[in-house]
Design a protein around this ligand. Structure first.
Ligand code: ATP
Ligand code: MG
Length: 397
């Protein structure tokens, strides 16, 4: 018995549906992952009960995706998504349709799923229902479309990128006819919203084998219909996005011919991601050209410095210093000040000391003071700063 709350909840939901005369099984990724010995957290249930019927069986439910036939059952152990057996009706514009058709048989529901490894079901007594050889493909490490691959990719072009994403997550090979179908239908990718493409890339970047995805994108020809350059695929070999997908986005931008961050706009990355990535690229370029000043250590977050340093080492561009991540941490910790508000003088002080009106000079001077302190040429002490300011300031006017 799988001892995890989400699984116990799912089995309990199945039991309740069965007691009310319906069929219900666990489907999709949870079945695939449990057969690989990974206990997934997202455990989806499929049933022949329509949403209205599901709602009558359980005391607490929420309509999370009723148009797709999904009801969320609020089970005390864990919420469970329960979806009515369905097909996807007609596909328009090579995207998954918004409207679905409910069907009465599990077999029909499994048939519309993308890959054999994703098209298995598990009954309440943990029997595997495997109509398309998913178990064997899982054992052999193969990603194979259910049915005729060209047709399946014509229906929904995102599936091509999903195949590639699963190859990176599982370290599997894409079966030949499925791979050829990707090459053939690659152009349909332009029908897919960039946000959905980005979501697949986020998963690729944090996967175990991102290189596999980059390689498959390049070799299938999908690269021609995706933003960005994928030709430096060998450089992804040892890449690990151990602290989040933004590290993957940063590395991806770094490998572009112009190291351009513009690409992130095309992929509709968030402002946070853009800022992080831009900082990493800037810090990387500073590091490999002039090395970092104390001011740079102050300016960039530790994670940004660490990542830029790792990239520089990885690409064999790192200068002699710093020597290690530990040294970066030390230098940062030993800076004379850690944040701007630590500065003991303010604009008011400068106005008072100089009897000048506020203006752009104020910000510039405060910045200068900050740099002087960080470079240990000035102490963060009112009297010191005043003395320095009066001599420096009287010289500059
Ligand atoms: P993950 O670990 O990323 O959640 P998953 O297999 O659970 O992997 P989901 O995107 O959550 O993937 O989808 C759940 C299931 O729905 C899949 O296993 C697959 O059976 C089916 N599915 C999802 N997207 C598609 C699609 N575009 N075409 C056909 N079937 C799909
Ligand atoms: Mg899932």
């Amino acid at each position: 018995m799988i001892k995890q709350k989400s699984w116990e909840a799912a089995f309990d939901v199945i039991k309740s549906l069965e007691e009310n005369g319906y069929e219900a099984v666990i489907v999709g990724g949870a079945v695939r992952d449990s057969l690989r010995g990974h206990v997934a957290n997202d455990v989806d249930v499929a049933t022949n009960a329509v949403p209205e019927e599901v709602k009558t069986v359980f005391a607490r439910t929420a309509d999370v995706g009723i148009s797709h036939g999904t009801v969320l059952v609020i089970h005390p152990l864990s919420p469970v998504e329960v979806t009515t057996y369905r097909t996807e009706g007609t596909y328009q514009d090579h995207r998954r349709p918004d409207k679905v058709h409910f069907v009465s048989s599990l077999a029909e529901d499994l048939k519309r799923r993308d890959f054999t490894i994703n098209a298995m079901a598990m009954s309440g007594n943990q029997e595997i229902i495997d109509l398309f050889g998913g178990k064997e493909d899982l054992q052999n490490g193969v990603i194979r479309a259910v049915g005729e691959p060209v047709e399946r990719f014509k229906e929904d072009a995102l599936r091509m990128l999903r195949a590639i994403r699963f190859s990176a997550q599982l370290g599997f090979e894409i079966e030949n006819s499925t791979f050829d179908a990707i090459s053939k239908q690659a152009k349909d990718l332009h029908f897919i919203a960039k946000e959905r493409i980005k979501a697949e890339f986020d998963k690729i970047f944090v996967s175990e084998h991102p290189q596999k995805a980059i390689q498959n994108i390049q070799q299938s020809g999908l690269n021609q219909f995706l933003p960005g350059d994928y030709s430096q695929m060998e450089l992804w070999e040892d890449f690990k996005a151990d602290i989040g997908s933004w590290k993957g986005w940063a590395f991806f931008c770094l490998l572009q011919p112009k190291q351009d961050v513009e690409l992130l706009n095309v992929f509709k990355c968030s402002n946070n991601e853009k800022k992080r990535v831009k900082d990493i690229i800037d810090a990387y370029q500073l590091l490999i050209s002039d090395g970092w000043t104390k001011r740079n250590y102050f300016e960039y977050e530790f994670e940004v410095l660490k990542t830029a340093f790792e990239f520089a080492n990885y690409l064999k561009k790192a200068p002699a210093n710093p020597k290690s991540v530990e040294e970066i941490k030390q230098i940062k910790a030993n800076l004379a000040i850690q944040k701007k508000t630590d500065l003991v003088v303010t604009g008011h002080d400068l106005i008072r000391w100089s009897s000048q009106k506020s203006g752009p000079w104020l910000k510039e001077t405060l910045e200068k003071i900050l740099t002087e302190i960080l470079e240990n040429r000035l102490k963060n002490d009112q009297q010191h700063i005043k003395k320095w300011f009066l001599s420096e300031y009287s010289r500059s006017i």
